[in-house]
Design a binder for this molecule. Structure first.
Ligand code: IMP
Length: 182
């Protein structure tokens, strides 16, 4: 069994869907130590090393960040804190008056497997919507990935996996596991 460690059950659902047929995915619902660092890769590697002694067998974690061009990459590594404090309405307010609404959503996965930490990254360019559209969770209603025909993650439903930052990092994880998972 491969374990995903997170406090976010939405992420678990997405990974379970995307890894089906490759590995059975268990969920360890837990908070863990996250260093404050600008680079998401550094964040996940440090956290995975910290978690290793507590989890038996292979596991992975994931960290994401939304980097908005006209806000100088904000909220980036602080996305979770900013979402909790001001939510989508706060982001839309900050973006008022900006013509350039481009942003990048980044996902970094750290997999602890056979004594090593492997990293898989995914990045998707898109735009911040003018208003919240669709369901989903977190920033889903306000992020429009390029290639989706103008639909937000929230409006895409399960098709989000085909366009999302997590879809891309998970594709790399999937390819890695397809060669090595038994
Ligand atoms: P973290 O990876 O949980 O630290 O995510 C940072 C912030 O981005 C949190 O507020 C998440 O809710 C949000 N977030 C991460 N991935 C997604 C996504 O796929 N859709 C919507 N919001 C996301």
């Amino acid at each position: 069994m491969l374990y995903f460690v997170s406090s976010n059950a939405h992420k678990y659902e997405e990974f379970r869907r995307m890894l089906s047929g490759v590995a059975d995915l268990g969920f360890v619902e837990a908070e863990y130590l996250e260093p404050q660092a600008e680079d998401l890769e550094e964040v996940v590697v440090t956290s995975a090393k910290w978690l290793s002694p507590y989890i038996r067998g292979p596991f992975f974690i994931e960290d994401s960040g939304l980097f908005i061009d006209s806000l100088g990459g904000f909220p980036g590594p602080y996305s979770s804190y900013v979402f909790k404090r001001i939510g989508n309405s706060g982001i839309l307010k900050l973006m008022e008056g900006f013509k350039n609404r481009e942003a990048i959503f980044v996902s970094a996965i750290a997999l602890s497997f056979q004594g090593r930490i492997e990293v898989f990254k995914g990045e998707v360019r898109g735009e911040i919507a003018e208003r919240a559209r669709g369901g989903g969770w977190g920033f889903d209603p306000i992020f429009i990935p390029y290639g989706s025909g103008g639909l937000t993650y929230g409006e895409l439903g399960e098709r989000k996996d085909l366009f999302s930052h997590r879809g891309l990092s998970c594709k790399k994880l999937r390819e890695f596991l397809e060669e090595r998972w038994e």
